[in-house]
Design a protein around this ligand. Structure first.
Ligand code: 0X9
Ligand code: ZN
Length: 416
C-alpha cells in the first residue's frame, strides 16, 4: 500500500513538475584535470555550450562537474577520454532524482514555511508578510519593484536601533536552481526574528536588509518547468528562442569583459547590456538608496563551499583585500566549528574563475561597499544543486554562525 502511495506521488510529481525530457537519465560526471592541456580542453567544451557545467573548470587538480543528456553522453565520454580525462559519475540519473525530490515534496504537501523543505516564491513572500505583521517592532517589509514577469520583489529590513545604524545587505537566489540559497537566507532571518531577545544587542546596533530570492521568475520556473534553470526569464533576440540572462553577469562593472557570453543561449549570457535585467536594477537601486549605511554585502549561491571576495573581473586584488580576507577567515572559522564543513577563502577570480559583471564586484567597485562577499554554500558536488532538504537546517545553522561573526564585526566597527 505504502509503495503504491509513493508510486502515485512520483507520478503526480512528474505531472506537477514536468522534468524536461532531456533530463531523463541525464548524468553529472566529474573529471579532475591534471595537465594544462586537459584544463584547456575542458574550457573548450565549456565554450561549445553543449553541456551544462555544474562546476566550471577552475584549476589543475580541482574537480569539474558536467551534466550531460544521455544522448550526448557517448560523445562527451570519447572527448574526455581522448584527452586522458577519467570521468566518475556523481549523479546517475538527474531526472529521476528531481522526480524523487518532487514526489517527496508533494507527499509532505508543505505550503507553510519551514526549513525541512524547499519552498516556492509565493510561500517565501507570504512568510515574510507574516513576519512583518507579527513583529512590527523588528521587521519592515517593502515592495521595491517587480520582476520581468510581474512578481513583487520585497525587501525585508530587520533591526531595532533605527535607520541610521550600519547595515548588512543580504541576497539569495540570484541563480534560480541554487535552492539552498533562499532556504539558508530565510533560515537566518527566522533565527534572528524568533530569537530576537538573544540577539537584542546585535539587532539594536545593526540593520539587516534582506532579499531572499532576487530572481523570482527563474526561481518559480525551477518549481514549474525546469529544475535546472539558472538565468532570468526575459525575452532575448535569440532566433532559437533562448530566454534569460545570467543575472550574475549583468551588473555594470567591467560588464561582459571576461567569463561571460554574448550568446543568449549560453548559461552565462551577460544580457543585451549592463543592467538589462529589471530584477538586478531593483536590487541595485536598493543598494544605492541605502548608500553608505551598507557596510557588508553578502550574496548567497551554491555550490562548492567557498567564501569569496572581489575581484571577479581580474586576478588582481583590491587594495584592502587583507581586511576582507581577515573577516572571511573569522566567519568561516565559526561556520566550520558547527558541523566541520570546510570552506575555501579567496578572491573569486583566484578561487574559481574570472567572471565579470557579478553583483559582488559591483557592490564594492561602484556601490562602495567595502566588505562584499559571494558565498557558495553546500555541498561539494555529491548532490550539487539537488541538495536534499534535510541539509537546509545544518546549512542554516553553520551559515548563521558566520553571519553572527560578520554582524558583530559591523557592530563593533561601525555602530556608535
Ligand atoms: O559564476 C558565478 O556567478 C558564481 N558561481 S555559480 O556556480 N553559483 O554560478 C560565482 C561568482 C563569483 N563572483 C564573481 N565572479 N564576480
Ligand atoms: Zn550561483
Amino acid at each position: 500500500m505504502k509503495a503504491l502511495l509513493v508510486l502515485a506521488c512520483v507520478v503526480l510529481a512528474a505531472l506537477a513538475t514536468p522534468t524536461k525530457p532531456s533530463l531523463r537519465q541525464a548524468k553529472v560526471v566529474r573529471v579532475v584535470p591534471q595537465t594544462l592541456d586537459q584544463l584547456h580542453h575542458l574550457h573548450q567544451l565549456l565554450l561549445q555550450g553543449r553541456y551544462d557545467f555544474w562546476q566550471e573548470p577552475r584549476a589543475l587538480d580541482t574537480p569539474v562537474d558536467i551534466m550531460t543528456t544521455i544522448r550526448d553522453l557517448p560523445e562527451l565520454a570519447s572527448s574526455l577520454k581522448s584527452h586522458g580525462l577519467k570521468a566518475t559519475v556523481m549523479i546517475q540519473d538527474v531526472g529521476r532524482l528531481i522526480d524523487q525530490q518532487a514526489a517527496e515534496r508533494l507527499q509532505r504537501d508543505s505550503r507553510a514555511m519551514d526549513w525541512t523543505d524547499y519552498h516556492d516564491y509565493d510561500t517565501i513572500n507570504a512568510w515574510m508578510a507574516q513576519l512583518a505583521s507579527d513583529h512590527p517592532d523588528l521587521c519592515t517589509l517593502e515592495e521595491v519593484g517587480k520582476s520581468y514577469e510581474g512578481r513583487a520583489m520585497k525587501l525585508l529590513t530587520l533591526g531595532k536601533g533605527g535607520a541610521d545604524k550600519p547595515g548588512i545587505f543580504i541576497d539569495g537566489g540570484i541563480h534560480a536552481r541554487e535552492w539552498i540559497s533562499p532556504a539558508t537566507v530565510t533560515y537566518m532571518v527566522n533565527e534572528l526574528v524568533t530569537n530576537s531577545n538573544t540577539y537584542d544587542d546585535l539587532l539594536s546596533n545593526v540593520n539587516f536588509y534582506v532579499m531572499p530570492s532576487i530572481n523570482p521568475d527563474g526561481y518559480s520556473y525551477t518549481f514549474t518547468d525546469d529544475r535546472m534553470w539558472r538565468k532570468t526569464r526575459s525575452h532575448t533576440d535569440s532566433p532559437f528562442g533562448c530566454k534569460g540572462a545570467d543575472p550574475n553577469r549583468n551588473w555594470d562593472f567591467h560588464w561582459n569583459e571576461i567569463g561571460a557570453s554574448s550568446n543568449p543561449c549560453s548559461e552565462t549570457y551577460a544580457g543585451s547590456g549592463p543592467f538589462s535585467e529589471v530584477e538586478m536594477r531593483v536590487v541595485r537601486d536598493e543598494i544605492i538608496r541605502l548608500g553608505s549605511k551598507i557596510k557588508v554585502y553578502l550574496t548567497f549561491h551554491s555550490y562548492s563551499q567557498l567564501w569569496m571576495y572581489p575581484w571577479g573581473y581580474t586576478s588582481a586584488l583590491p587594495d584592502d583585500w587583507k581586511d576582507l580576507d581577515n573577516l572571511a577567515q573569522d566567519a568561516v572559522s565559526a561556520l566550520t566549528a558547527v558541523h566541520g564543513t570546510q570552506y575555501e577563502i579567496g578572491s573569486s577570480t583566484n578561487t574559481i574563475y574570472a567572471a565579470a559583471g557579478g553583483s559582488d564586484d559591483w557592490a564594492k567597485g561602484v556601490g562602495g561597499v567595502k566588505y562584499a562577499y559571494t558565498v557558495e554554500l553546500r555541498d561539494q558536488g555529491y548532490y550539487g544543486f539537488l541538495l536534499p532538504p534535510s541539509k537546509i537546517i545544518p546549512s542554516g545553522e553553520e551559515t548563521f554562525e558566520a553571519l553572527k561573526v560578520v554582524a558583530n564585526f559591523v557592530k563593533n566597527t561601525y555602530s556608535k
